[in-house]
Design a binder for this molecule. Structure first.
Ligand SMILES: *Cc1c(COP(=O)(O)O)cnc(C)c1O
Length: 343
């Protein structure tokens, strides 16, 4: 299975491409079993499984990169291991031990090493761990059996047309999650709940919805399926809220901003404050940092023009370039964020 692949790396979509293997582990009779390597693309499950009926599904998303030195690096997998544990506890599912999570990530990347796109293509290997409730139950209750599996797929560069700002909008008629709900966990159901708003935004020509806090509709929350940050008078500001998923990219960008000598504030940000920011972006594993051009408040009619010259701001650009350079092994990994996968 070491034959060279002839994929058009630079033009891959952000989608599913079949690879050689996925890895699986089941929780039954009170314990996690052995890690299985599978070549199957399907899961055999009971028609009454809790994942199908009551949404017991949580997931993660992280990436592996082929570095300048030819080595494969996985970015901050221990943080994803911690986060899926939090998601499991939130949905009363069985948490996957952190070490098991990391072992399985390393294994699935190593097994699919030929699908890690070459350095310089801008592409990467997307790693998608997920956990689902498997027990048959028609009554509403938590599952006693779980399947944890990790699939991978090579994905193309996010910014095909170049690193350019896009416009986003505020629409108060939609919430992504409830104030004390599941927003802080990576739950498939949160995505189902946001598809309607996302589609509406796309129809109107926006790349994403900038949600407001679901309780008071006063403060900024998440930006579609990504976190939001802005640069205000040389400070990195990002919303603090119980309904936001703590993004590992955001956490990393905050550290890089501090390393650059900037102040970082994680706090409530009102909609009005958007008039005072010089840069804004959405951040997450897929986009890294996606610059925002204009934020249109569709309820008040106010347009906050952030990228006045239509170009990404200098701080966002530097943050983006630094994070990418660490991930591709072009810059020293001073915080020990990468795990090198031995081939
Ligand atoms: C996954 C996700 C993010 C981004 O998190 P990263 O760890 O940076 O990839 C942000 N918001 C939501 C709702 C998410 O599901």
């Amino acid at each position: 299975m070491t034959e060279e692949l002839n994929l058009d790396w630079a033009n891959l979509p952000f989608g599913y491409v079949r690879t050689d293997y996925n890895v699986r582990c089941s929780y039954r009779d009170g314990k996690w079993g052995d890690v299985e390597v599978s070549t199957s693309e399907t899961v055999n499950m009971h028609i009454a499984a809790t994942a199908l009926h009551y949404g017991q599904e949580i997931f993660e998303g992280l990436k592996a990169f082929r570095g300048k030195d030819g080595k494969i690096r996985v970015f901050r997998m221990r943080e994803n291991a911690k986060r899926i544990r939090e998601s499991a506890l939130g949905l009363k599912m069985q948490p996957v031990p952190e070490d098991l999570f990391c072992e399985m990530v390393e294994k699935v990347v190593k097994l699919n090493a030929r699908f890690v796109p070459p350095y310089g293509s801008g592409a990467s290997l997307y790693i998608r761990p997920l956990e689902i409730g498997m027990s048959a139950s028609v009554g509403v209750r938590t599952s006693t059996e779980y399947l944890f599996l990790i699939l991978v797929s090579p994905v193309g560069p996010y910014f095909k047309g170049g690193f350019r700002p896009t416009n986003i909008c505020i629409m108060r008629e939609y919430d992504r999650v409830a104030p004390k709900g599941t927003g802080r966990w990576k739950v498939g159901g949160n995505y189902a709940a946001s598809l309607g708003a996302g589609e509406r935004a796309h129809e109107l020509g926006y790349s994403a919805v900038l949600y407001l806090d679901p309780k008071e509709k006063k403060y900024l929350d998440e930006c579609g399926p990504a976190n939001f940050f802005a640069i205000k008078d040389g400070k990195y500001i990002t919303p603090a809220s119980d309904s936001i998923l703590p993004s590992i990219t955001n956490m990393s960008l905050q550290q890089i901003a501090k390393d650059m000598g900037m102040e970082v504030e994680s706090r409530h940000i009102t909609v009005d404050e958007l008039a005072e920011v010089q840069e804004a972006a959405a951040c997450g594993t897929a986009a890294v940092a996606s610059p925002v051009g204009e934020i249109d408040d569709l309820d008040t009619g106010v347009k906050y023009v952030v990228a006045k010259d239509g170009k990404p701001g200098p701080v966002t650009t530097q943050l983006y370039n630094t994070l990418r350079a660490i991930q591709y092994g072009e810059m020293e990994d001073v915080h020990g964020w990468n795990t090198i996968i031995e081939e």
